[in-house]
Ligand binder design. Structure first.
Ligand code: GCW
Length: 607
């Protein structure tokens, strides 16, 4: 049988027994492992919040039904890290979601940790003990909602709203004692599969059909959180086919589920994926703002517009999506991707907290009403493929609860809770993780240029792989220059930002280096703020990034990591070094061939 053997769950390795039905029962069970007496007072009105106090030689936790469970995990974590939360603790976002991209055939779209934990062969198929462990895993970092199926809804997942409802309900029951509610992704055109001639959202029969489905769904799972929809995006059906707006499409569904308290999460990841690369006017990052900004204020109260944090698609470096700053009258949530699709496939190290800190600092936590992240979990024994990839799930939970978290502090907490190491080792691992994103960024796509990955699987370099394709993903590198002018003189993208940011991005002398080629098309001899030329900076970053991966290996080898983590980590580190070399050599050769400029330091660039 599968067992938890590490992560911060290492103290919680005992199986979770059957027969727990409520978060309070789970809290009482978990409390037995704290090592001191814990008593609970449940005050329903307190919801997810809790307070931890000392009581004699033990502890007293007061909170709402889910709150006491969060409280017991916080207590256990606090005993381990030396930081027990003081005063009343409440989550900043009420809806803290994981979006699984699990398909019912058992595959996971962009999954790097094995097959689905709950689907196989077109059906629900799981080890209940592991699903209970999953509940504990999610609850222990405060995640309260799990969308179980891929936003690309393939058959038979369409039947989650009818014949699969009993199975879905049984699955929901397993996670309920952990305060985790389910959500499902639905296909906008579903009525067509059921004999209706149209899926037009303004058609009364369509609306009635959805209302009827919603009734059946919530009858089976009264606490279902809602529906998640990817519509008119990457060939998915949507309201556009009927000449309707996304507000009309979303509101029709929202009204069907409103009587049951359901939320309709509508993804804003919409762009022309059939672009002609010859067309230099259309600019994919503009797409979402152009589409949704005019609809601001038109969405019903239970619609949440889910916006990816950047305007492209989870690239190594992107500016904040301007939609997140521009929609003032629409409830939104921000979507992150824990699955490392463009950030190293859970082979290369890429700790996300520094990125999230930047996002929240720029956006302001109040701009969104909820938070979602694409899952990095799978059937692998260690859940996430790379033992350190667990940090991202842990940290996501922390930021979802409190978006004011400090990146370094969260990483340090995870290290402390995961490994028993001496303070020097703890520090060294924390620093390595904190820096891992910068290293990855250096050896991959330079200065905010996106899409230099291998098409399809998105691992490894292919600087021109997406250049003559239909996805709106171009760097337009030539003999003289590289990048796309997204200022007002160019595609106009920068104008989607508030004035101050627009001014910053429009001016190459002020634009942050890491975003320079996202906003500007520049010649290779452009002088950067530090005096280096653009081409030299590209070479330097690639050589340095690659050298840094070798230093990371040495630092990791010196740590007292337990097995099997040590072996897994070191094996993946070798793969990361090989990947970094490939990136370095291909990207440097690519730009050397175009520019004809040699490296000022005479390092090896292949012909
Ligand atoms: O980046 C793309 C991924 C697709 C994904 C899509 C999305 C689920 O490559 O695999 O589809 O984003 O977010 O909808």
């Amino acid at each position: 049988m599968w067992q938890t053997r590490k992560a911060w769950l290492k103290d919680w390795a005992a199986p979770v027994p059957e027969g727990l039905h409520t978060p309070l029962q789970t809290a009482e069970f978990e409390a037995r492992q704290v090592g001191a007496p814990v008593s609970f007072t449940v005050d329903k009105a307190a919801g997810e919040s809790y307070t931890i106090g000392q009581a004699g030689d033990g502890w007293q936790i007061t909170g709402g039904e889910a709150g006491v469970l969060y409280g017991v995990y916080a207590l256990a974590h606090g005993l381990k890290t030396g930081k027990i939360p003081q005063g009343r603790q409440a989550p900043f976002y009420a809806l803290r979601m994981i979006n699984a991209w699990d398909n019912m055939d058992g595959t996971v779209e962009r999954g790097y940790a094995g097959r689905s934990m709950w689907f196989e062969g077109g059906a629900f198929s799981y080890d209940p003990a592991r699903i209970r462990q999953l509940g504990r895993l999610l609850a222990s970092v405060g995640i309260n909602t799990l969308c179980v199926n891929n936003v690309n809804v393939h058959q038979p997942a369409q039947h989650l709203v009818d014949t699969l409802l009993p199975d879905l309900a049984a699955f929901a029951e397993l996670l309920r004692p952990f305060g985790v509610r389910l959500m499902i992704s639905i296909d906008f055109s579903l009525p067509l599969q059921y004999g209706l001639p149209t899926a037009d959202p303004m058609d009364a029969a369509v609306a009635a059909w959805w209302a009827d489905r919603a009734r059946a769904v919530w009858q089976a799972i009264p606490d279902l959180a809602g529906f998640l929809v990817k519509a008119d995006s990457e060939h998915r059906p949507g309201p556009n086919a009927y000449g309707r707006t996304h507000a009309e499409g979303a509101n029709m569904l929202a009204r069907a589920i409103a009587p049951y308290g359901g939320v309709l999460v509508w993804r804003a990841f919409v762009y022309n994926c059939m672009q002609d690369w010859r067309d230099t006017k259309t600019d994919r990052p503009c797409a979402a703002y152009d589409l949704y900004r005019p609809l601001d204020g038109q969405f019903d109260g239970n619609v949440i517009l889910q916006v990816k944090h950047g305007p492209f698609d989870f690239q190594v470096r992107e500016p904040l999506s301007p939609l997140l700053l521009g929609m003032k009258n629409t409830a939104m949530d921000i979507e992150f991707q824990l699955a490392q699709e463009y950030t190293g496939h859970q082979i290369d190290l890429y700790a996300m907290p520094p990125m999230w800190r930047e996002v929240f600092d720029q956006m302001g936590k109040e701009r969104v009403r909820a938070i979602a992240a694409v899952s990095n979990l799978g059937r692998d024994e260690n859940w996430v493929g790379h033992p350190f990839a667990m940090l991202n799930l842990f940290a996501y939970g922390r930021f979802a609860w409190n978006p004011d978290e400090d990146a370094e502090d969260v990483i340090r907490q995870w290290v402390k809770m995961t490994y028993d190491m001496c303070p020097d080792d703890e520090n060294s691992l924390m620093k390595l993780l904190l820096n891992s994103r910068t290293v990855y960024e250096k050896y991959t796509a330079p200065l905010g240029l996106c899409w230099m990955v291998r098409p399809g699987d998105h691992y490894g370099p292919s600087p021109y792989g997406y250049e003559f394709d239909a996805w709106g993903t171009y760097n337009r590198a030539s003999r003289d220059a590289v990048g796309i002018d997204r200022t007002e003189k160019g595609t106009g993208y920068a104008a989607q930002y508030p004035a101050e940011l627009k001014a910053l991005y429009e001016d190459p002398a002020q634009c942050p280096d890491e975003m320079l080629l996202f906003f500007h098309r520049l010649p290779y001899d452009h002088i950067m703020r530090d005096g280096r030329t653009l081409i030299q900076r590209i070479y330097d970053d690639h050589f340095e990034g690659c050298e840094e991966t070798e230093r990371m290996r040495d630092a990791l080898a010196a740590l007292s990591l337990p097995e099997p983590d040590r072996t897994e980590v070191m094996e993946r580190m070798e793969m990361q070094i090989a990947n970094a070399r490939e990136w370095r050599d291909i990207v440097n050769t690519f730009f050397h061939r175009f520019s004809g400029v040699d490296d000022a330091q005479g390092r090896k660039i292949f012909e």
